[in-house]
Design a protein around this ligand. Sequence first.
Ligand SMILES: [Zn+2]
Length: 466
Amino acid sequence: MKSDFSTWLNDIIDRAKILDIRYPIKGTYVWYPYGHKLRARILKRIRTLLDDSGHDEALFPLLIPEDEFMKEAIHVKGFEEEVYWVTHGGLTELNVKLAIRPTSETAIYPMFALWIRSHADLPLRVYQIVNTFRYETKATRPLIRLREITTFKEAHTAHSTYEDAEKQVQTAIEIYKEFFDGLGIPYVVSKRPEWDKFPGADYTMAFDTVLPDGRTLQIGTVHNLGSTFARTFDIMFENPAGEQEYAYQTCYGISDRVVASILAVHGDDKGLSLMPDVAPFQCVVVPILFKGKEEIVREAVSDAVSHLEGVRVHVDTSESTPGSKFHKWEMKGVPLRVEIGPRDAASNSAVLVRRDCGEKKTVKLSELKQEVKTVLDSITGDMKKSAAKEFRLWFSDAESLDDAQAALKEKGGIIRTVWCGEKSCGLEIEEVLGATLLGTNGEKPEGNCVNCSGEGKEVLLIAKSY
Ligand SMILES: [Zn+2]
């Protein structure tokens, strides 16, 4: 799969029934029920993390009036080439065009201006999980570059001081760390360079992972918006001294790319390999029927299932051969297979086979529940460890641009080097390497700038990115 990751991903999305890519609008895809179950499990995790940390889920309209959308000039500039517009209601041309949200700042913040009156209303933390639309002009790709982003989780907060907003940025980073750690997706967090921050933000922190082809994928962002949007949308509160002040804001988001990274990071040549917590089925039971011994096997299977309460189990009773069932469920990434044949049935036992490493184990049906739980936990731990181990191999240190170029060419991944922090120098590095500056990681550098030999001020991360 590493040699041709792009083909692998498109192929597995189709074969494992994650997305149907035949929908007749470029850049929009259909979630199959199996893919949708996976998506729902992932969303459950992020909802829990946000709900447990003082956020409330809300839901804002898809349409944004042109006058609101156009208010924040820098923001508009950042999105102007990507916005879909609704110009007609039936046959009537609308007086005010309506933007289909590419993101929701301009839908949410006029309402924040109405909701926030006093310091007692702050902090305010809401999130929504919605679809957004962007007219992508680059080549579209399922889960990675979409015209309809189907799974946009955006959180928006307002605070009474800049320090509080700053703390919220840190909290959001911690929430995302816990989220990605739980999914076994390794990442690096960096501060995006000035020219690559969210349009209208003070600064942007970003999470990137590395896909099997050595290119990085941005999987989450956290923005400190300062009071820019508050000033544009008049989000003011009365402080304890009775004076009116502008609020300080943050926003942070993740998207369908989380699903892409789950498929890519854990998958292999056999197909998907899903973490037990998000797998639609944690366990597939495959009866191995022999002529004349069907009944004893069926009884053992139903006994096994009765022991597996609380585990998401699928029993494959289809007409296919056991071999093709093994193959199918491995490809679909089910973490654990339970095989029961006549000999197993006769001894009240079953064979457990792990998807991640192929390890087999025979267990008594009476101990099945405990054994399955233990094995699922080991799978979770081992998958996280192996993903983290592989991720470390993607990093290279470069002392010169030639080093950086060679590492990018040889294996891709993330180059760590030293930078003076100057924009003109950063843009030159991007140009020479044909790569992207992911950003700075906050570490103190040793030595001079890799490009201009000026004083080294930042440790810089560089990659070829999606
Ligand atoms: Zn420099």
